[in-house]
Every structure is written in C-alpha cells, then in structure tokens.
Design a protein around this ligand. Structure first.
Ligand code: SF4
Length: 163
C-alpha cells in the first residue's frame, strides 16, 4: 500500500521479487531509528502479522497501531499505509483500531483514522494494486525527487535497462 502511493514501478519490482533493500542505507537508517528512538518498545507493544502486513508496535490495550517513520516530512503514503493496517485489522474482526504516525526526527505525531469512504477507496486500491503487480510488464520510470534515495535508483537509471 505504501509503495502504491510512492511509485507504481517500485511496487511492481518489489512484488515480483526484484529487491535491493538489503543493500540500502535508508533501510538501515530506518531500523536504527526504530531501535534508538524506542529501545523499550519491544517489551511494551506487540508485533502483529496478519494477511501479509507486519505491524511492529501494536498497543493492544488501547487498540492503537504505532507506525514510526524516519522521514523528515509527513506524507500521504504513510497515512494510507496506516489506514490499510487498520482496514486489515477490521477485516480480521478487530474493530475500534486507530493509528498513530510517529516522526522521531521531526518530534511529531499524527493520529490516523479510517472513514467509510476510505474503506471503499482501499477496496478500489486493492483491485488496482493486483492489476499492476499481475501485469507482465513493469511500469516505466517516472522521474521523481525520491528516485535518488530509492534502492532501485541504479537499476532504473542504467542506460540499457532490460525491464
Ligand atoms: S528509482 Fe524512481 S522510478 Fe525507479 S523504482 Fe525508485 S522511485 Fe520508482
């Protein structure tokens, strides 16, 4: 869901097993922020894995999903990712869940809720995501500012890219 909003090409590459994240400094930094900002978190919160999503910090008592981002700006993709988590929880019978986006580097938090209209939008997004990842052809490169920090940058911008 996050990649659907960030870049359709990245979504396709990731879903079709072409991954370079393990070499990405950004992923490493992200993990470091998790560990350094919230060293006590693993004891206080639960890790939940359902229907293909993995929530690192679920506060079961208050039904809050905490999502921590290293980004230095609040992005729509982050909100939709968290709304999707809430949606998946609901689909599995866990109602009344809310989300909290946390930006340690910005010292900012943002509450995230899911409306009826957004539930419908998510259902439409799921159909579109399936259409994209099932397609034999990888979506073309669309130049964006985030490309430079993307783990696929070299792959996308080499001259004779085969995909
Ligand atoms: S480098 Fe740019 S076009 Fe290529 S996958 Fe990343 S964000 Fe998408």
């Amino acid at each position: 869901m996050n990649l659907y909003h960030v870049c359709k090409r990245e979504l396709w590459l990731h879903a079709n097993g072409i991954r370079f994240e393990h070499t990405s400094d950004l992923v490493y930094e992200g993990k470091l922020i998790h560990e350094e900002s919230y060293p006590q978190r693993s004891e206080k919160y639960e890790e939940v894995e359902i229907d293909g999503i993995k929530v690192d910090f679920y506060e079961a008592k208050n039904r809050v999903i905490h999502e921590i981002k290293k980004s230095n700006k609040v992005e729509k993709a982050h909100e939709w990712q968290l709304k999707y988590y809430i949606y998946v929880f609901e689909q599995n019978g866990i109602d009344g869940v809310t989300g909290l986006l946390e930006y340690p580097t910005l010292r900012k938090t943002q509450k995230v809720l899911l409306s009826n209209i957004e539930r419908e939008i998510i259902r439409e997004m799921e159909i579109d995501i399936k259409r994209i990842i099932d397609n034999d052809k990888c979506p073309p490169v669309v130049k964006k500012t985030i490309c430079k920090s993307c783990s696929y940058f070299e792959f996308c911008y080499v001259e004779d890219n085969l995909i």
